[in-house]
Design a protein around this ligand. Structure first.
Ligand code: GLP
Length: 262
C-alpha cells in the first residue's frame, strides 16, 4: 500500500472500474466483519457522479453474498448521508435522498429510516441541521465514511473556507459548486439550490476511517493541493491530513499530480 503522508494511504488503479472493485473489496470486508460481530456503526455515505459506479459495484458484490449474511446486513444497515439541498424533498428526483434510494435503497430493500439524510424541506433548516448532527451523535457517530471531492476542495458541502471544527450546518453553495452539480438540474446552475445542509468537518473527521474517492484529470490538481499543501480552511479536504486513518482511492488520471505516484 503506497504511503506518502504518515496517515494517508493512497491506492491507485488504472481506471474507475478497477478502482471501484478495489474499494468494494475493502468496504465489503468491513461490512462482513460488522455483520459477523454484530457491531454495526453507522456508515457515512456520499453522493455525486464519482460515487455512482461505486454503488453499482457494491450492490453487485453484496447481492452475491449468501442469503443469510445479506439478510443480516439489510436488517442492521444504518447510514447517514453527508448532505442534502435545502428546498428539495425526497420525492424530488434531484434530491440526494432520491439519489440514495435509486443507487442503493431500492436494490437492498432498505427502509427510509435506514438511509438517513437531512430533511431539505424542514421549515427551519438551521434547526434541522442541529437535529441531524445530534441524531448522528446519538447513533454513535460514523464508522466508515465515504467521500467524494468537490472541484473547489469541498467534502460534503463544506465549501471553502471551512474550519476543521465546523459542525452540521446550513451552507451557501459557491457558484463553482452550482456549476459542477448543474447536470442533475437540466444543466442550469441557476436551478441548483443556493443552500444545503451538510455534516461539518467535525463530524466527518470523527469517523473511525475515511475513504476519499477521486477520479478523472479535472480533480488531479485540487487533490494534490488537498494532500500535499499545508492544511487550510480554503481547501476543506486538506483537513483530512489530520485524520489517522484515511484511504485515498484514485485512478491514473486523478493522481497525475501526485509526485510519488505518477
Ligand atoms: C457534491 C457533493 C459531494 C461530492 C462532490 C463531488 O457537491 N456534495 O459530496 O463528493 O460534490 O461530486 P462529483 O462526484 O459529481 O464530482
Amino acid at each position: 500500500m503506497p504511503q506518502f503522508l504518515s496517515s494517508v494511504a493512497v491506492h491507485r488503479r488504472p481506471d474507475p472500474f478497477a478502482l471501484m472493485e478495489a474499494i468494494v473489496d475493502q468496504v465489503a470486508a468491513y461490512l462482513a466483519k460488522a455483520v459477523e460481530r454484530e457491531s454495526f456503526k453507522p456508515l457515512g455515505m456520499a453522493t455525486g457522479r464519482t460515487m455512482e459506479p461505486f454503488y453499482e459495484a457494491l450492490i453487485q458484490r453484496l447481492t452475491s453474498w449468501p442469503a443469510p449474511q445479506l439478510e443480516q446486513l439489510k436488517r442492521c444497515w444504518l447510514s447517514f448521508n453527508l448532505d442534502e439541498y435545502v428546498g428539495l424533498s425526497p420525492g424530488d428526483s434531484r434530491s440526494f435522498a432520491a439519489y440514495m434510494e435509486a443507487q442503493l435503497g431500492c436494490h437492498l430493500e432498505l427502509s427510509p429510516c435506514q438511509l438517513q439524510l437531512p430533511d431539505g424541506t424542514a421549515k427551519d433548516p438551521g434547526v434541522e441541521a442541529r437535529r441531524y448532527g445530534s441524531a448522528l451523535h446519538q447513533a454513535g457517530g460514523i464508522g466508515l465514511q465515504l467521500l467524494g471531492l468537490g472541484g473547489n476542495g469541498h467534502v460534503g458541502f463544506n465549501e471553502p473556507p471551512s474550519q476543521p471544527n465546523s459542525c452540521c450546518r446550513v451552507v451557501t453553495l459557491q457558484r463553482a459548486t452550482r456549476i459542477q452539480n448543474a447536470s442533475a438540474f437540466g444543466g442550469s446552475p441557476d436551478e441548483v439550490p443556493e443552500q444545503a445542509i451538510t455534516l461539518g468537518l467535525n463530524e466527518i473527521l470523527a469517523a473511525e476511517e475515511i475513504h476519499l474517492i477521486v477520479t478523472g484529470a479535472a480533480k488531479a490538481e485540487i487533490l494534490r493541493t488537498a494532500l500535499l499543501d499545508p492544511c487550510s480552511d480554503e481547501v476543506p479536504a486538506s483537513w483530512l491530513q489530520r485524520h489517522s486513518r484515511v484511504h485515498v482511492w484514485v485512478d491514473d488520471a486523478a493522481c497525475a499530480h501526485l509526485p510519488l505516484l505518477s
